[in-house]
Ligand binder design. Structure first.
Ligand SMILES: Nc1ncnc2c1ncn2[C@@H]1O[C@H](COP(=O)(O)OP(=O)(O)OP(=O)(O)O)[C@@H](O)[C@H]1O
Ligand SMILES: [Mg+2]
Length: 331
């Protein structure tokens, strides 16, 4: 099989199956409908809407593996009296209580209160995990569904809906280039690589933003091999020494943007730096990983050009792990 053929299979294999997605959507739809009824009945809080968030909504989710759980993110968009950041704990407890009411037959331990969300763990069928994060409505960004979402390290004023649109817009744009490369699929590949980086593992939003920055610079090509190489080339040259920032929702020249050792800024909120915790050491180590990946893409390209498919596969396995071989094998 050619490397091109292998990438066709690999990119299909690393995403959840259609059946998986359909089943997840069915379960989530049921949950959302019931949650609205339960909250309305109770009357303590106003649940304006439930937002579909995260990789499922962006078509960037990865199939379930040891490094990656297949989960669905929902945002419970609360507004009005009592729905404040100070009351996160109450909102989490409240959301959890309502979710328990929806599934009275489920064990209580399958409703886990995390720091930033309530996780509902389904143990049968596709064994889905649904993370329901309370979002406290805040219109100050002037963007659809803006609000404060809790993350493990504090609140972020942002919009999960705008994040979905950020990806969708770029995926549409990438369709103008012939060939298989689509922005969302490229993000999947970058996330797959990222998942193998151990202590340097970065959140998905980081993968999206760096991929978007690379694509803004050089676009996508008609094939995976060169598109991927361009992502690593971009990172290598850029070195995360300058801020990575976008003008989709604000003019970076006109607003005050976050500062830090490395600056990769939320496309929605210029004050939200997703690499706020990076040190110089993080950057150095990250760039070493980038260099390794870049070298592997170059070696893979040269092997492919010489017609040595086996060696090319070896090199792609340096980027994506042994799964590149197994998941790209013909059935
Ligand atoms: N640091 C952050 N700042 C702003 N918004 C964030 C941040 N982290 C996550 N989010 C929002 O929360 C959503 C869910 O986050 P999550 O980390 O689960 O990403 P994901 O795209 O679902 O990736 P994964 O497939 O790894 O779950 C994101 O789509 C984004 O809208
Ligand atoms: Mg997620």
């Amino acid at each position: 099989m050619t490397i091109k053929g292998r990438f066709d299979r690999f990119t299909r294999q690393i995403r959840p199956t259609e059946d998986h997605i359909d089943e997840a959507n069915r379960q989530v739809k049921y949950m959302i409908e019931r949650l609205h009824d339960k909250v309305a009945e109770d009357g303590s809080f106003v649940l304006e809407k439930t937002l579909r968030a995260g990789s499922n909504a962006k078509f960037t989710s990865l199939r379930k593996t040891a490094e990656n759980r297949f989960d669905v993110d929902l945002g419970a968009y609360y507004s009005g009296e009592g729905a404040t950041k100070e009351r996160l704990d109450t909102l989490l407890d409240f959301t959890r209580a309502k979710l328990i009411e929806i599934y009275p037959q489920k064990e209580k331990e399958d409703f886990i209160k995390l720091q930033s969300a309530v996780r509902v763990r389904f143990t049968s069928g596709i064994k889905l995990w649904v993370d329901v994060a309370p979002i406290v409505r805040d219109d100050s960004l002037g963007i659809t569904n803006g609000g404060h979402i809790p993350r493990d390290d504090g609140w972020r004023l942002t919009s999960v809906t705008a994040h979905n649109d950020f990806i969708a817009k770029r995926t549409e744009e990438s369709k103008k280039v012939s060939g298989p490369v689509r922005f969302n699929r490229l993000v999947r590949l970058v996330k797959w690589w990222n998942n193998l980086q151990g202590p340097l593992l970065q959140p998905a939003i980081f993968c999206e933003l760096i991929t978007a920055a690379a694509v803004r610079d050089t676009g996508v090509t008609p094939e995976w091999q060169t598109s991927l190489r361009q992502v690593f080339t971009f990172l290598r040259k850029h070195g995360l020494k300058e801020p990575i920032v976008f003008n989709d929702y604000y003019d970076p020249k006109k607003v005050q943007t976050a500062t830090g050792t490395a600056v990769v800024i939320d496309s929605v909120n210029p004050k939200n730096n997703v690499t706020a915790l990076w040190t110089n050491q993080t950057r150095e180590e990250f760039l070493e990983r980038v260099q390794d990946a870049y070298d592997a893409t170059v070696a893979a390209w040269s092997a492919e050009r010489d017609g040595d498919e086996d060696e090319a596969v070896e090199h792609w396995c340096e980027v994506f792990g042994p799964a590149f071989r197994t998941l790209s094998e013909e059935e």
